[in-house]
Write a protein that binds this ligand. Structure first.
Ligand code: ATP
Ligand code: MG
Length: 520
C-alpha cells in the first residue's frame, strides 16, 4: 500500500531564538554603528572571536559552579560520546538477555561510528584509537556470531567479552568537547594569550559584538540566542582612571542612543586579601538567620554567600538589609582604589549610585563592579554588567594581567529604545518611480541609477503598472515621493514629482528635480 504523502513539515525558529527582521534590523544596525563609532573614539579595536570554543575554557573563565556553566551551556557531545555514555555498566548488561542485547547494540553502533569517523578523518588517527577501533570491530563480529549460534543467555563468556568492550570504549580519546559561547570575556582573554598581546603597548583595548547562547527559560528580554556588545581592557597599570574611562565610554554610548532612565550602580568587591574576611562575616550572619531564608539562599550560605545579596525574594529583603557591608571590610588599597574610581567618575561628570549589594560570585572578580539599568524592561532591566577581573588571564594560562570589561545586552538595549518611542527609523529619502511605456522605462532606469548614487532609496517596479496602481504601491511602501514618468514627460523633459503625504504635484526638469530632492 502506498504511503500517503506526508505534508511537508512547517519549521519554526527554535525556542528562545527569533528572527530579527526589517524594519527593526535598521535599529540594530544603528546601535551597532554607534558602538563602532563611540568605542573607536576611545581607542578600542574590534575583535571577532569564534562562536564555538572549548567547553573547558568557559568552565574555567565563567566558573563551574555558575548557572551558566552548570546548566545553560550549549555543548556539543560528539555522537560517539553519546553511545559511550549510554553504555552504563557490565553488571547492568548481565541482568537479562534484553539488557545484554541492548548493550551489544550500543557497542556495535559505537564501533561502526568510530570506524567511519576515522575513515572520514573526523578524528585524530593515533595508534591507540586505530587499534581500539579494530579490536572493537572483531569483538562485535564475535558477539554477533555467538548470538546467532543461540548463545544469548548472559554468562561468564559474555561478561569477559563485555569487560573487554567496556575497556576499549573508554580507551578512545574522543577529543575535547566544544560549546557555543555563553559570554565574550573568555574568548577575548584566550585570544590575548594566544596572540601574545602582552607584547603590544598596554593596555590592549578590545570590543566585540555578536550572539551569545544560554539555555535558560525564555521570557521578555531573555532569550537563548541573544546579542552582546562588550569591551575589555587588558594589561596596563592599576590606575583607577582606567575603570572610570571605561564607564565613561559606556555612558557616552547610551547617551548617544538617547537611552532613557539610565542608572549606573557601582560597588567594590575587594580583593583576594580582604574579601575572604567579608565572606566569613557574611556567612556567620547568614547562619544566624538560616531558618528565615529560602532554600536557594540556605544552600548558598555554604557554596557562595555573596550570591545571597543578589536575591530578589521579597521575604529575604529585610534580612539582607541587616547583613554586613563589604565597604567596612575593604583593605586599605581597595578602599583607596574605590575612592579614586568614584573621584575619577566625578571628574568625568558621570552620575552613579553606590549599591553595596552588587557582587560577582567568582574569585577572580575584584574591586570595581557595575551594572546599568534602563527603563521599559520590567524585571529584566539590567542592560549592562561589568567589572574588574585581574586574575582571569593568569587563570587561563597567561601572564599576570589586569583586566576590566563590560557586556551590554543588545536585545534589552533595543527593547528599551523601542519602548521609549525613540526606535523609529528616521524618515527615509524614499522615491518610487512610476513609469509607463518603453521610452519612459529607459529614462526611469537612468533616473533610478542617478538617485541611488545620490543616496536615495529607490523602488523601480520591474514590470509596467498603470499609474494608479503604481501610486498605491508607493504609499504602501511608505515612499515619500513618487516620480511619474510617462512618454509625455520624457518627450517634454518635464518630470512629475508627487509628494505622497499631501498629494501635491510639481513639474520639474531632471536637473531641477535632483536639486529639489537633495534639498528636502
Ligand atoms: P541576568 O541577571 O539578567 O540573568 P546576567 O548576570 O546573566 O543577567 P551577564 O552575564 O552579566 O548577565 O550579561 C550581561 C548582559 O547581557 C545582561 O545585563 C543582560 O542585559 C544581557 N543578558 C544576559 N542573559 C541574557 C539573555 N538570556 N537574553 C538576553 N539578554 C541577556
Ligand atoms: Mg543570567
Amino acid at each position: 500500500m502506498a504511503k500517503k504523502e506526508a505534508k511537508p513539515r512547517k519549521f519554526q525558529a527554535i525556542r528562545g531564538t527569533r528572527d530579527l527582521l526589517p524594519p527593526e534590523t535598521a535599529l540594530w544596525n544603528r546601535v551597532e554603528q554607534t558602538a563602532h563609532e563611540v568605542f573607536a573614539t576611545f581607542g578600542f579595536g574590534e575583535i571577532r572571536p569564534p562562536i564555538v570554543e572549548s567547553t573547558e575554557l568557559f568552565a574555567r573563565a565563567v566558573g563551574g559552579e555558575t548557572d551558566i556553566v552548570s546548566k545553560e551551556m550549549y555543548t556539543f557531545e560528539p555522537k560517539l560520546e553519546f553511545f559511550r555514555e549510554n553504555f552504563r555498566s557490565v553488571d547492568e548488561a548481565m541482568q537479562s538477555e534484553g539488557r545484554l542485547v541492548r548493550a551489544l547494540e550500543l557497542v556495535a553502533v559505537f564501533s561502526e561510528n568510530l570506524t567511519s569517523a576515522l575513515q572520514l578523518k573526523q578524528m585524530a588517527e593515533n595508534r591507540e584509537t586505530v587499534e581500539a577501533a579494530e579490536a572493537l570491530e572483531k569483538l562485535v563480529i564475535e558477539s554477533i556470531e555467538r548470538r546467532n549460534a543461540g548463545e544469548s543467555q548472559p554468562d561468564d563468556n559474555w561478561r569477559a567479552l563485555l569487560n573487554r568492550a567496556e575497556q576499549l570504549l573508554w580507551s578512545v580519546d574522543l577529543g575535547g568537547r566544544e560549546s557555543l559561547r555563553p559570554e565574550g570575556t573568555a574568548g577575548v582573554c584566550r585570544a590575548y594569550i594566544e596572540h601574545n598581546m602582552q607584547q603590544l603597548p598596554q593596555p590592549v583595548k578590545l570590543y566585540y559584538i555578536g550572539p551569545m547562547f544560554r539555555r535558560e527559560r525564555p521570557q521578555k528580554g531573555r532569550y537563548r540566542q541573544f546579542y552582546q556588545i562588550g569591551a575589555e581592557i587588558l594589561g596596563g597599570p592599576d590606575a583607577p582612571a582606567i575603570d572610570a574611562e571605561l564607564i565613561e565610554m559606556l555612558m557616552t554610548f547610551f547617551e548617544k542612543l538617547k537611552l532613557q532612565g539610565v542608572e549606573l550602580a557601582i560597588n567594590s568587591i575587594g580583593c583576594p586579601q580582604c574579601r575572604p574576611k567579608y565572606v566569613h562575616a557574611l556567612r556567620e550572619k547568614l547562619l544566624e538567620f538560616r531558618d528565615r531564608l529560602g532554600e536557594d539562599s540556605r544552600r548558598r550560605i555554604e557554596t557562595n554567600p555573596l550570591r545571597v545579596l543578589d536575591s530578589k525574594l521579597t521575604s529575604e529583603q529585610e534580612i539582607i538589609a541587616l547583613l554586613p557591608k563589604i565597604a567596612d571590610y575593604l583593605c586599605e588599597d581597595c578602599r583607596a582604589h574605590y575612592e579614586a574610581v568614584k573621584h575619577q567618575l566625578e571628574l568625568r561628570g558621570v552620575i552613579y549610585r553606590e549599591n553595596w549589594r552588587l557582587v560577582r560570585g567568582l574569585d577572580y572578580y575584584m574591586r570595581t563592579t557595575f551594572e546599568i539599568t534602563a527603563q521599559g524592561l520590567g524585571s529584566q532591566n539590567a542592560v549592562c554588567g561589568g567589572g574588574r577581573y585581574d586574575g582571569l588571564v593568569e587563570l587561563l594560562g597567561g601572564p599576570p594581567t589586569k583586566g576590566i570589561g563590560f557586556a551590554i545586552g543588545e536585545d534589552r538595549l533595543i527593547l528599551s529604545i523601542q519602548e521609549s518611542g525613540k526606535g523609529a527609523a528616521p524618515q527615509g529619502r524614499a522615491v518610487y518611480i512610476a513609469w509607463m511605456g518603453e521610452r519612459a522605462y529607459a529614462t526611469a532606469i537612468r533616473a533610478a541609477k542617478d538617485l541611488r548614487k545620490a543616496g536615495f532609496r529607490v523602488e523601480l517596479p520591474p514590470t509596467e503598472l498603470r499609474f494608479g496602481k503604481a501610486l498605491e504601491r508607493a504609499s504602501k511602501l511608505g515612499s515619500r515621493f513618487a516620480l511619474i514618468l510617462g512618454d509625455n514627460e520624457v518627450a517634454d523633459g518635464q518630470w512629475t514629482l508627487k509628494t505622497l503625504a499631501d498629494g501635491s504635484q510639481q513639474k520639474l526638469t531632471e536637473q531641477a528635480l535632483l536639486e529639489y530632492l537633495l534639498k528636502v
